[in-house]
Design a protein around this ligand. Structure first.
Ligand code: ZN
Length: 137
């Protein structure tokens, strides 16, 4: 296994740029529709609930619960192989939207669905910090 394999970086689409800029500063933000009041994730140009284009960026709690998860203990050779075991999870955010992320800073055997979690940020480089989640203490 080569040590030169790099983990992929997120793509900086124009619509998601505010999200990544906030994450870089350690702030977790979501879009919220000014027409119907619902939060939106992933970033979009129109509300998936009412089709309004009046989507504002608002501060989010960064808190939620584990909706579902898996522990990766075996993987084809990749840039992530040295991270095993690692946890891939769908987080149900308090704002009502779901986000695919990782759960870190805990024993994977202790994770349960509906467990409360909160966001932390893992700095990848000068441009990107990834939102990940840890158990809420
Ligand atoms: Zn809407």
């Amino acid at each position: 296994m080569s040590d030169t394999v790099q983990k992929p970086l997120p793509e900086m689409s124009q619509v998601a740029k505010p999200f990544w800029e906030a994450a870089r500063e350690g702030r977790f933000i979501l879009q919220k529709c000014a027409a119907c009041g619902k939060h939106v994730f992933f970033p979009r140009i129109r509300c998936p609930h009412c089709s309004s284009d009046q989507l504002d960026w608002v501060d989010a709690s960064g808190r939620g619960t584990v909706y579902s998860y898996t522990v990766v203990v075996n993987n084809a050779p990749s840039a992530f192989i040295n991270d095993m075991p690692y946890v891939v999870a769908i987080i149900q955010l308090d704002e009502g939207v779901r986000l695919l992320s990782n759960i870190v800073d805990c024993d994977p055997a202790e994770i349960r669905c509906e467990m409360p979690v909160e966001v932390i940020f893992e700095k990848l480089d000068e441009q990107f910090s990834l939102p990940k989640f840890k158990p809420l203490t």
